[in-house]
Write a protein of this length. Sequence first.
Length: 904
Amino acid sequence: MHINRSVAAETVVVILAAGQGTRMGRSDLAKVCFEIDGIPAINRTIATFKKHGFAGFLLVVGSRAEQVMETVSSKHPEVGYIFQSPQLGTGHAAKIASETLQNMRYSGNIIITMGDKFLDDGAVDSLLEGFIKQQAHASIFAIPKTKQTQGSGGRIFIDESGQAADIIEKPDLQKQAVVDEIRSILKTKDKLKSSLITKIAEKHISSPKKRASAVGELIEICKQHSGEIDKKQLMELLDCDKYNITVNGSRYTSSQIEKKCKFVNASLYMFKAEAFYQGVSLINNDNAQKEYYLTDIVKSINGIKDSAGKSKYSVKTISARNPDLIQGFNSPDELLRIQDYVRRIKDSAKTAVYDMSPQLPGNKYCTVDKWIEKIKNEKPSVKRWLKDTYGDHAPLHKRKCSTLLKTLSCYGKRFGFDQKVCIVRAPGRANIMGRHVDHRGGFNNYLAIDRETIMVAGPRDDSNVEAVNVEPVFFKNVKFNVNDIIGRFAWSDWINFVDSEWVRSMLLSKAGDWGNYIRASMVRLQHKFNDIKVNGMNLAVYGDVPIAAGLSSSSSIVVATLQAAIALNNFELTSSQFIDMCGEGEWFVGSRGGSGDHAAIRMGKRGKIAHVGHFPFRVEEIVDAPEDYQVMIANSYIKAAKSHGAKDMFNAKITSYNLGFELLRQRCPEFLHIAEYLRDIEPVKLGCKTSDIYRMFLKIPQQATRAELREMLSSDCREMIEKNFSSHKDPGTYHLRGVLLFGIAEIARSRLTLELLKCKDTTQIGRIMKISHDGDRVSRDDGTGKYIKVDDGCTDAYFNQLINDLHSEDPEKVTNAQLYMQPGYYACSTPEIDRMVDIAGSVAGVAGAQLAGAGLGGCIMILAKKKAAATVKKALTKDYYEPKGLKPAVLDCITVEGAGLVSL
């Protein structure tokens, strides 16, 4: 150890840190500054060398040089820097370092490594010991060729004497594979179709840019000859040095190289100065990528001969058995693997087995057979759980047991009855008041209903997720790999990722796929915990929440998936973290809503209504649901498919919110400089009168086009504007006043609902339900039974009248001019839903009716006295379902417990 530290003290460590790392998905962060277990990769590498006695460091910087220098200097102020411009490859960076060291007349040992790698202590130990024992002029640290390392590591060619003769990079191997396959075919043919040659090139080199660089002349010949190309012409090209790998004067095929080379280059080298200086000077860019490869230094040094014609310098490999001692990353998923490795060796001894099995008690985690036995035998624990979750409803208990058994059987048939699993349930939800405002910092008044998603979930030790449905005819099997998706991440920015062209293309190809909601949860979880590898799951799924009916069937899948994933991966999340992740996760499928639905599903209480606030998420109060009233859900059979065209309209409303709010802030700075969210536009918060808020509306246009919004908003909003527009097709016109007024008024209504529930004023709740629906209304009965279009009524005259009414001192006019009494114009209903609301509202005993959920189809919600429920069903059947030839679909909702693990 003393000898090692002595050698370390006589060595300078050159770290190449100029790369851009374009595949990492972040243009604002230098690749070497990405963190591994909370420490920038470059700082971690320097610290590792320091532990072994190294004190001299020289960093070659280029891309985002100031950021790299600032990052390093904060922890290692003694480090020196060289600037590389232009950046022509690692060999070019080494040339610059060589010139600097020679100018300093440095003659000690030199280590070259990369700043974008994880370097284990064992790698540095092995390098030093090997360099000293071998007495080599150059030592190359080599790791085994494995599935993980073979993709990017250059092959180290060792000749018969044990000398490292060359390092063959992957692009050159790919080029050789193209040549080898063409040569093989030409053994039996005199001509080849240009289309076949093109296919061969594409097969071995998938990137068009890399293909053009590697086999550009070959591609050009194919373009010139649309038909067949003569063997002679092809062989003249393929016999050129460029198209042949030659080591020590002998040619090798790609398969021969792969067979001979058992180790790959880990990009960690140690040199004596003389060998380094001479070797670097001979590096050129005669390769597939037209870059200066540092790896060419091996061939260069090996080619330097003494007076007797023998190699002047010895070049040896130091071969490690453990491929994890050095790990590089070129993409977020590769960085994730390193994070997981570091976490495991940090939390346990390197020789210990890290226990990743679910840490759940036996009443929540057992074999499929055991679950089935418990349910069929109606054990007391089963009865207790049913009563605690669903209340005293025997028919419902029977139905739920049947559902659980079906789902368990589905899992067992696909994955095995002896497999340990947990069971997750996630109910649908109904929102008494507070529609379209959770993402504005508003409030909701939620209850969880007895229609739900059931998932049986078993662990996996890889990143695959496989899901089967109890109804496979309607829902095809789902299979994906979390790492395959994570590898395309904009690593620090979830929004950039879900807005990326790749995600949009993937969703377009999988439009309407129920598996997208499973993907949403898994990918969001992995993004959130990017220092831990999230294991996949096997799933069997059942759901009876009506689809596209406004009862959050999709959100229940998101919640159930996340609940299962955190249970099987041993994560602990607060309720706030869980709900925020669900809401953000659903952005993956293209919507830009909030997390209100997920809050209702997760936080629901049997027989209760939860008053929930957002930003930050909180359950402000839980109150009793009205005892003598029944919440009913009636399905319009109009499907609001968020995965299709309706998504554009939903996101256009969000844009009206975002850009309208910003325009209000810019034009009313005297009031709105303190407004962070739309919920802040209310008299108490702003210290103003209600009439002042109406005057603010007069300062913005009722409607605006995209061009007008770009013109009206300040230039510093340009990025926000374009990001909003990119989420949907141009609707032509954005109803700024109507959407903003609806949101402000709905937040006021949702606040008021809590007080009305506490004082049991169901009549007033029903009244504001009707007003709330009018804000979403798109049609109205003209008095003859015909429904005509409702226009945006948020004109100057409308707001001026409200201001006059507030000043009138007439009690009725003043009341009707309050914010909570204004419908606004959100317009996400449908004519069918408007008709259903009016039919239900005409029944005696109905307090109110309104759109349920986000709209553009789905269901209506009815608050009716229990004794009026049958009459409501008859009225809807007679006046809506029967005329349309539809099966009546009116549900009496039972309030149940929120989502969670089944415990029997």
